[in-house]
Design a protein around this ligand. Sequence first.
Ligand SMILES: [Fe+2]
Length: 174
Amino acid sequence: MIAENLFDLFQRYLELAYDGEQHLLKELPKLIEVVSSSHLREGWERSLELTKIHIERLEQIFSRMDRAAATETNHAIRALTNETEKLIKHIDRSPLLDTALIVVNNEIAHNKIVLYGVLASLARLQGMRQISPQLELSLADEKSTDAEFTEMAVSTVNPEAVGFQNSPHGVVII
Ligand SMILES: [Fe+2]
């Protein structure tokens, strides 16, 4: 039985968020390593710091609930980070790769916006007055990250990718 009541559902989403954030803590440095745009690099460095804060917030919430911090595998986020690995493998380090990585970055942000949105709402409904503001803060962070990366894509990163031609790995073009 996955959930018998709203509290069980709340805990399940909390565990999915915790797993997603933990996973991103390992994945974000890979993006920082391959990114070409310095703005984007700084954006991902800020995301990495926020991810650490979000993990701490989730751990505080588990502890307020008198539960050990636990994870439920977040398959959606893992599928998206598999996609980033594929992109990194098949597209040269370039504005084109940056553009592709922002798309996946924002898909990941949307997953977290849904999770923190439902968590904040369920916490409010269940009268968890010390917990819901923490979740609202993380929700606001995820929304502003999404907006910030969209703005970077539209204003600088995507235009730089116009006209870029990726060369297949291992093929030397003379
Ligand atoms: Fe986060």
